[in-house]
Design a protein around this ligand. Structure first.
Ligand code: IMP
Ligand code: MG
Length: 178
């Protein structure tokens, strides 16, 4: 395994995060936003995005584990860390690193909706439309990427590569040690 083709360059990430921050700020003008980051991958995107948002906002995190193989989720999700506070009546924005099959987000949306937030939207940095198994209302998306396993800017493979300043494809080579 090694770092393959770069899918999104650092400059493009920064520029798009700025645009998303502006759009989100305009949408929630006069309101207070409650951001929910999905650990661990979204932390990097979330911390950059939050600094581009100029309405008052709070942040909390959830950690979920999806049963399945290392590259395929099953849709059966377990909450490892829940929110510290209730979200009823709040304007909630889920911030995700990547939506692949959509099964994890589908579960999160159902779970959080049941807690009666005033509004519930999603902002995902990346999406792989070819892999989608369920139709989801993703309000803001950073980039559509091809059907490749992505690493960097928070995204990991076996907990590595999160610190890359760009998003790249993971190259799976059988050609011996890289
Ligand atoms: P989904 O349930 O199939 O949409 O995938 C959910 C989670 O799997 C994402 O939130 C990521 O944490 C992880 N994931 C999916 N695709 C990738 C990828 O290409 N690289 C790294 N993690 C991924
Ligand atoms: Mg994730």
């Amino acid at each position: 395994m090694r770092i393959g083709k770069i899918l999104v360059q650092p400059d493009d990430l920064a520029h798009r995060v700025q645009e998303l921050g502006r759009e989100i700020s305009a949408e929630y003008e006069g309101r207070e936003l409650f951001l929910i980051g999905v650990l661990k991958g979204a932390v990097f995107f979330l911390s950059d995005l939050m600094r581009e948002i100029d309405v008052p906002c709070q942040v909390d995190f959830m950690a979920v584990a999806s049963y399945g193989s290392s590259t395929d989720s099953s849709g059966v999700v377990r909450i490892l860390k829940d929110l510290d506070a209730p979200i009823d009546g709040r304007d909630v924005l889920i911030v995700e690193d990547i939506v692949d099959s959509g099964l994890t987000l589908n579960y999160l949306l159902k779970t959080l909706k049941a807690r009666n937030p005033a509004t519930l939207e999603v902002c995902a940095l990346l999406t792989k439309p070819e892999r989608r198994k369920v139709d989801l209302p993703i309000r803001w998306t950073g980039f559509e990427i091809p059907n490749r396993f992505a690493i960097g800017y928070g995204l990991d493979h076996a907990e590595r590569y999160r610190n890359l300043p760009y998003v790249a494809a993971l190259e799976v080579s059988d050609a011996g040690p890289a």
